[in-house]
Design a protein around this ligand. Structure first.
Ligand SMILES: C[S@@+](CC[C@H](N)C(=O)[O-])C[C@H]1O[C@@H](n2cnc3c(N)ncnc32)[C@H](O)[C@@H]1O
Length: 405
């Protein structure tokens, strides 16, 4: 007879096991949630409602990570992924879903983070603005080059092996053309030994930048006009990748904000700084990247906006130093990187007590973590709105407006 320990050990899901499971919903991170033998199973590239046979790749504590071996009963939300590299290429993880199912999953992901991490009751409805084109939207791409295998494309899922990609259906047509040209040039071009990665960025007027520059005429400086404002930026600076949604995002980030004093924190090349400077008497933008702040100053000057100053500094350090002399701030536009606002920034904002905070986020989990801090200390959530800036992936942009209560 088996001991209890043995039988309970045998009941545990282990790497290499094959399981039949039903996908319950899509989780933050993009995995499908399933349960087997009392354990939680995260299934890659799944659709809610799929009945699938999966193979467990690894376990971490009580979590098992699995991939689909056979679709036993497809979910109505499932479609045939149009990209021939889908599943192998590490770029997209939502092509198996209808576009509506992608949007629904993203709203669910935001709800889940608000409930579990922010400990807030999510609003009844979280509107999500679809991407005008769910394909051909990305104006920035990072391509890997494996000179031994002569492969150019993206890393394969979960590896550093290069998936050779001839066509990428999510990049803008200018970048697709650049990829095709690069595939012809790269095997014969004398690249420096360390050149294994290309960064390609597109601006308005079909201008493209490529780093390292295979062609000498490729510009470093690009431009975009968004909502009537003109922005120049260096290809190395952050600039949002789905330009077709940007004027809507900026409008929602600002809503009806106007008044004496505003801060634009993590301001990049000034995407929000310029429209803020048209609505507020005084604006201070803070950004850590010196190239981006140089472009922000230039963008303001070219727009003849003289009421905004731009500081090059880590936001947390700058706020801790400056908050005593800022006076009453009416509005803060907070647009941190994926990691969210650092603790110093959140604590300084809580001490500064601006009337309103507009939090623009590309990661619902870190957004929810920071919202918990704000809503535990005198701020209430007024609106939550999502933007599908990254179709065919689980990523989503969220704008939350908070008001001091
Ligand atoms: C999500 S982007 C937003 C940029 C800008 N608001 C926009 O929409 O174009 C985040 C920006 O924060 C900057 N950044 C990251 N960490 C920072 C820090 N600790 N202090 C200041 N800036 C930082 C990055 O260089 C990047 O420009």
């Amino acid at each position: 007879m088996k001991s209890r320990r043995e039988s309970s050990r045998r009941a545990r899901v282990e790497a290499g096991d094959a399981l039949e499971v039903t996908i319950e919903r899509i989780l933050p991170g993009g995995f499908g949630l399933a349960h087997a033998a009392g354990q939680t199973v995260f299934v890659a590239l799944a659709a809610a409602g799929d009945r699938v046979r999966v193979r467990v790749a690894e376990t971490r504590g009580k979590l098992a990570f699995a991939s689909i071996e056979e679709i036993l009963q497809p979910s109505p939300a499932r479609v045939e992924p149009p990209c021939p590299y889908f599943g192998r290429c590490g770029g997209c993880d939502f092509q198996q879903l209808t576009y509506q199912a992608q949007l629904d999953a993203k709203v669910e992901i935001i709800r889940d983070c608000l409930r579990r991490i922010a400990q807030l009751a999510p609003p009844d409805e979280i509107p999500i603005t679809p991407s005008p084109d769910p394909w051909r939207y990305r104006s920035r791409a990072r391509w890997q080059y494996d000179r031994d295998g002569e492969r150019l494309g993206y890393f394969e899922r979960g590896t550093h092996r290069v998936c050779d990609v001839a066509v990428c259906p999510v990049v803008v047509p200018e970048l697709q053309q650049l990829l095709e040209d690069l595939r012809v040039e790269v095997p014969v071009y004398m690249l420096p030994e360390e050149a294994r990665e290309f960064e390609a960025v597109a601006g308005d007027d079909a201008e493209v930048s490529l780093s390292p520059p295979v062609w000498t005429d490729a510009p470093r400086e690009l431009a975009r006009t968004i909502g009537g404002e003109h922005y120049r930026f260096d290809a190395d600076c952050f600039f949002q990748i789905n330009h077709a949604l940007l004027s809507t995002l900026v409008r929602e980030g600002l809503q009806d904000a106007a008044g004496d004093s505003a801060l634009d924190l993590y301001s990049g090349v000034g995407l929000f700084t310029l429209p803020l400077a048209r609505r507020f008497e005084r604006v201070t933008a803070v950004e850590g990247n010196a190239t981006a702040t140089a472009f922000a100053r230039r963008n303001l000057a070219e727009a003849s906006l003289t009421n905004a100053r731009v500081e090059t500094a880590p936001v947390g350090e700058w706020l801790a130093r400056a908050r005593g002399r800022l006076g009453q701030v009416n509005f803060v536009l907070l647009d941190p990187p994926r990691a969210g606002a650092d603790t110093e920034t959140v604590l300084s904002l809580l001490a500064l007590r601006p009337d309103r905070i507009s939090y623009v986020s590309c990661d619902p989990a870190t957004l929810a973590r920071d919202l918990r801090a704000f809503t535990s200390d005198g701020y209430a959530v007024e609106t939550v709105r999502a933007f599908d800036m990254f179709p065919q992936t689980h990523h989503v942009e969220t704008v939350v407006h908070l008001r001091r209560v």
